[in-house]
Design a binder for this molecule. Structure first.
Ligand code: AMP
Ligand code: MG
Length: 346
């Protein structure tokens, strides 16, 4: 957990001198309040520009707790735990849970199953839910894989209910943070905030616009160097990164990470070091960054060309940086000569 805490914070926002992780900072135009919270197993950094920051922080805290109590697979009373315990029957859930599951199903279809929220029993077998890590036996993985299939999730919107088949279980970890950051962004806007940054453990959402109307700058971490890979100049959007470096363990000299390929039950090994998705819809962006990491460069590019609803920056294992066309004019490479950049057209 601590490892994650330090690694995710490296994906930092730079905006007029503000870095996530500070407690108070000064922008060129008006004072910003920077607040760090810890929830959803991650560090959450809020950068707020309004005079009402303290009240905003209180409300955001309440909102995060409300959503965590719905989405966490390890909180007994959460919607997700109730769905898992009620496998085989319809379970009444909140609108937020329905929204997240529908987004995850959409991401599952777009990625042809690379994102699959029914992968939970396998995530659990590897110990990623508790930190009690172990390498499961091949036989255990193949047994558990039989029940991994997002097509066996049934959503009854009219009755706000969800059903999974017996022996299945859900994990919303790949989507919940993106959904939560969108809810926080909306809450801040409802409270009158006109400019803010919400950073949920590397899921960065920019809210509104800066006072001087210039774009936000979001830096993406280079996991190989603990430095940044590139900076993106963006308007209001979300920038979401998935990578093996965010949570892993090493056993007998082999490092195993938390993003599972639902086709094999093993940590994805697609040749990608980090996958960043830029999207308007941060829940979908979160779903797709996990999916891209599993899919590998070639399939991810195909998905981008078919759906055209997101942009990406992908670092592969041979230090090539694939950057989608939509980011080309708003992309600044780090001063790192070992990186080769390839732009990808729609
Ligand atoms: P993220 O950090 O958004 O890439 O999500 C990773 C988390 O999603 C993991 O910690 C697991 O809880 C869960 N997960 C792992 N692999 C998958 C997958 N292929 N599809 C859906 N969820 C996954
Ligand atoms: Mg994700």
């Amino acid at each position: 957990m601590i490892k994650k805490l330090f690694s995710v914070i490296f994906l930092f926002c730079l905006c007029a001198g503000i870095f996530s992780g500070c407690t108070q900072a000064q922008s060129s135009s008006s004072a910003a309040t920077v607040k760090e919270l810890y929830a959803m197993d991650t560090v959450i950094t809020l950068t707020l520009y309004s005079d009402n920051a303290q009240e905003e922080i209180t409300k955001v805290n309440e909102e995060i707790k409300r959503l965590e109590n719905l989405f966490s697979a390890t909180i007994d009373s959460s919607d997700v735990s109730r769905i898992n315990k009620g496998a085989g029957s319809y379970v009444l859930v909140s609108q937020d849970t329905l929204n997240v599951i529908e987004t995850a199903l959409c991401g599952g279809k777009m990625s042809d199953g690379a994102l699959d929220i029914t992968v939970y029993p396998i995530v659990k077998a590897w110990g990623f839910t508790t930190g009690d890590y172990k390498v499961p036996k091949d036989s255990e993985i193949s047994q558990l894989l039989k029940n991994v299939n997002y097509n066996n999730i049934t959503v009854d919107k009219e009755n706000s209910s969800v059903k999974i088949e017996k022996n299945m279980a859900l994990d919303l970890g790949a989507v919940a943070k993106g959904y939560t950051s969108a809810c926080i962004a909306q809450l801040l806007k409802d409270m009158g905030e006109t400019a803010a940054i919400v950073n949920l453990g590397g899921n960065v959402e920019t809210v509104g616009e800066k006072e001087d109307k210039s774009k936000w700058t979001v830096a993406i971490e280079n996991p190989n160097k603990k430095d940044y890979l590139c900076k993106l100049s963006v308007n209001e959007c979300s920038v979401i990164t998935s990578g093996a470096y965010q949570r892993n363990f090493t056993q007998d000299g082999i490092t195993y990470h938390h993003i599972i390929d639902p086709a094999t039950g093993y940590p994805a090994n697609s040749g990608i070091t980090s996958a960043t998705v830029v999207a308007d819809n941060s829940a979908l962006g979160d779903a797709l960054s996990t999916a891209v990491y599993v899919m590998g460069v070639e399939k991810a590019i195909k998905m981008y060309q078919v759906y055209r609803c997101f942009d990406f920056v992908i670092l592969d294992d041979s230090n090539t940086l694939y950057v989608s066309q939509g980011l080309k004019d708003n992309f600044q490479l780090a001063d790192d000569t070992s990186l080769t950049v390839k732009y990808v057209n729609e």
